[in-house]
Design a protein around this ligand. Structure first.
Ligand code: AMP
Ligand code: MG
Length: 340
């Protein structure tokens, strides 16, 4: 299959939106930019189209997809028995990097949710994503547009690296502004539960969902045989091919640790680059976790390209959006953590 490249400069944008919408209406797959990461979209009403998404990504069949909408009125078509707290969250955080797990409405085929009777819904903020969803007139099931297990794509070039020839089109826009996937909370548990941290933080949620609990899987490795609330959390995920280790500790200790290890690379903060003598990539500023979120996935991919034996990543603080970055790195490192 030839993957069409669709441009989003002012001259091409209108045609791109129309082409993407036509492909989606015809049951095809299109990678679209969102503010979190690029998503691989297909009609959430079309079981065959949804199957193509799983196949192109090599995604395990039991890992459900998030349904993306562009208008509040669509929420009641996707989900049912929506609690008042969920509606308040939608008003507060949509459009934006926030996903709610609710009871699945009848029009959404079970395969979107990997057979669960729940459905995850989000309204993205990216204007190109919104224009494509609106023009298609469809809710779009869209997981991250990468090969399953690899670091998520925050650039169109990364989507092409992973999925060229496997999807119908890729909408080429700039880098994603948030850089990590949306916050996922389930309103199908009592009390509601944070399944995946993102740019909407537990502190942001506190006022609207005072009884929110943080799922154990956010910061810990699931135990053998443990039933995880969010199927995506049980897989090795976001991972370079090179063995990766997450390192906790101060800058001087991190630098001393990696400098003594042969054939390794460091993924570090910009404040500490001068102290590090091994090949290194900085993923943002220690003082600004939002920059770490923007840079983390492309730094992991670039570090993988250095062909070293091991990658050591300096762990961020878990404050604010740092919790989301830490959560992704923990999985990228297959839960290998050292403290220096
Ligand atoms: P991705 O599409 O790559 O951003 O992954 C979607 C994430 O949302 C995965 O971690 C899924 O396990 C989670 N998710 C999607 N739908 C549901 C659902 N119905 N129940 C629980 N988790 C879900
Ligand atoms: Mg993903």
């Amino acid at each position: 299959m030839q993957t069409k490249r669709l441009r989003t400069d002012p001259i091409h944008l209108k045609e791109t939106v129309a082409t993407a919408a036509a492909i989606l209406k015809a049951g095809g797959t299109v990678a679209i930019p969102t503010e979190t990461v690029y998503g691989l979209a297909a009609s959430a009403y079309d079981e065959k189209a949804v199957k193509k998404v799983f196949t192109a990504k090599g995604r395990p069949q039991d890992n459900p997809l998030i349904v993306h909408i562009a208008d509040f009125s669509e929420l009641d078509l996707i989900a049912r028995d929506i609690p008042a707290a969920a509606r308040r969250c939608a008003e507060a955080f949509w459009p934006g990097p926030f996903t709610m797990v609710l009871k699945r409405g009848d029009r959404i085929p079970p395969s979107v949710s990997a057979g669960l009777d729940t459905v995850a819904v989000r309204m993205p903020d990216n204007p190109v994503a919104r224009a494509i969803i609106s023009a298609s007139g469809l809710p779009l099931a869209a997981p991250s547009a990468n090969l399953s297990g690899k670091p998520s794509p925050t650039k169109a070039a990364t989507v092409i690296e992973d999925l060229d020839g496997k999807i119908d089109a890729v909408v080429q826009a700039g880098d994603c502004t948030v850089g990590v996937e949306s916050t996922v909370i389930s309103f199908c548990t009592d009390p509601p539960r944070l399944l995946r941290p993102g740019a909407v933080t537990p502190a942001d949620l506190h006022e609207l969902v005072p009884d929110l609990v943080i799922d154990r899987a956010v910061l810990a490795e699931p135990e053998a045989g443990e039933k995880v609330a969010s199927p995506g959390m049980k897989y090795k995920h976001y991972a370079p091919n090179t063995e990766t280790v997450l390192v906790k500790g101060g800058s001087a200790a991190f630098a001393a640790y990696v400098n003594a290890i042969p054939d390794c690379a460091a993924v570090c903060f910009e404040e500490e680059t001068e102290q590090i003598k091994v090949p290194k990539l900085c993923y943002g500023s220690e003082k600004d976790a939002a920059t770490l979120a923007q840079g983390v996935f492309s730094a992991l991919r670039l570090a993988d390209g250095l062909s070293v034996k091991r990658i050591y990543v300096h762990a961020p603080s878990t404050e604010g959006i740092g919790l989301a970055v830490y959560n992704r790195l923990l999985r990228a490192a297959a839960f290998r953590v050292v403290t220096v």
